[in-house]
Design a protein. Structure first.
Length: 274
């Protein structure tokens, strides 16, 4: 859950790899092409082989050349949320991935990973919150935003309403869940110095435990981050948030509080990169 999950807020929170598949000449693959038209079974085989080649090419798209480029030609050949491209960053500041590429892909990765950090349960702890904000925001913006974050997250009435202690911890016997799960991103504007990236995600938020009065629920949001290239990295300067798009929910039985707590403890998150 981000600062804006319950409050509409602003100011607080390219190219893909390609694999070319060369299909063999028709005569080379299955002999005389005139014979294929007279054999229904052979036509079926050809169809299966073509589908298989297409499937292999799709699965291996990220294994070819992965040079990053923000050019229009690359963008024309890729979808907005194609899970291919640059390798994940290898550096971190604390638990947050940093050191992104100076490309559209890098901006999308930064917005995604920063969104996960800003929507985490660590934001409800003073020390961890300061570390997160100082890492993901541009230095001059972080200095101005920290007091505002502290005012909201440290408010005892706000924490009590959520069922948390004044330190942002869950009561004994309960597990506090606040997690962002990205679905996709798109670049809405880009230049060498700034970028605007929309992140569509679902979030889990609540307290898991038999005595919980705020069970873990699921919500859907799109947060658009304004980023600036600062000190060889992308940093947040502003954000806006809106609800949805929200999918139709399936008729599934909710898990027990024990299963939910166990899942949160056992399943970790990811470092996202395009």
């Amino acid at each position: 859950m981000s600062l804006g999950d319950d409050h509409e807020s602003s100011g607080g929170y390219g190219g893909t790899g390609q694999t070319r598949t060369r299909l063999p000449d028709s005569g080379d693959a299955f002999g005389d092409p005139r014979r294929r038209s007279s054999s229904r079974s052979l036509v079926t085989v050809v169809g299966v082989v073509v589908l298989l080649i297409a499937a292999i090419a799709f699965a291996n798209r990220g294994d070819g050349d992965t040079e990053n480029s923000g050019s229009g030609s690359d963008k024309a050949e890729s979808s907005a949320t194609a899970p291919t491209g640059a390798q994940p960053v290898k550096s971190k500041t604390g638990d947050i991935a940093t050191g992104y590429a100076h490309t559209e892909q890098g901006a999308q990765s930064a917005a995604t990973n920063y969104g996960i950090a800003l929507g985490s349960a660590d934001m409800y702890n003073l020390e961890k919150r300061h570390a997160i904000v100082s890492t993901v925001y541009a230095p001059d913006v972080a200095a101005a935003q920290l007091p505002q974050f502290d005012q909201v997250y440290s408010k005892e009435s706000f924490l009590e309403k959520l069922g948390l202690t004044k330190d942002g911890a869950a009561p004994n016997g309960q597990t506090f869940v606040s997690r962002v799960i990205p679905v996709g991103t798109k670049v809405t504007s880009y230049s060498d110095s700034t970028a605007s990236v929309a992140l569509w995600y679902t979030s889990l938020f609540g307290l898991s435990g038999e005595a919980s009065k705020n069970p873990v629920t699921e919500s859907w949001y799109t947060t658009t981050y304004q980023l600036k290239w600062v000190d060889d990295d992308w940093k947040v300067t502003d954000f806006t948030q809106k609800d949805g798009p929200v999918p139709v929910g399936r008729d599934q039985r909710a898990s027990t509080s024990e299963d939910m707590s166990k899942a949160v403890e056992e399943y970790g998150g990811f470092t996202y990169a395009r």
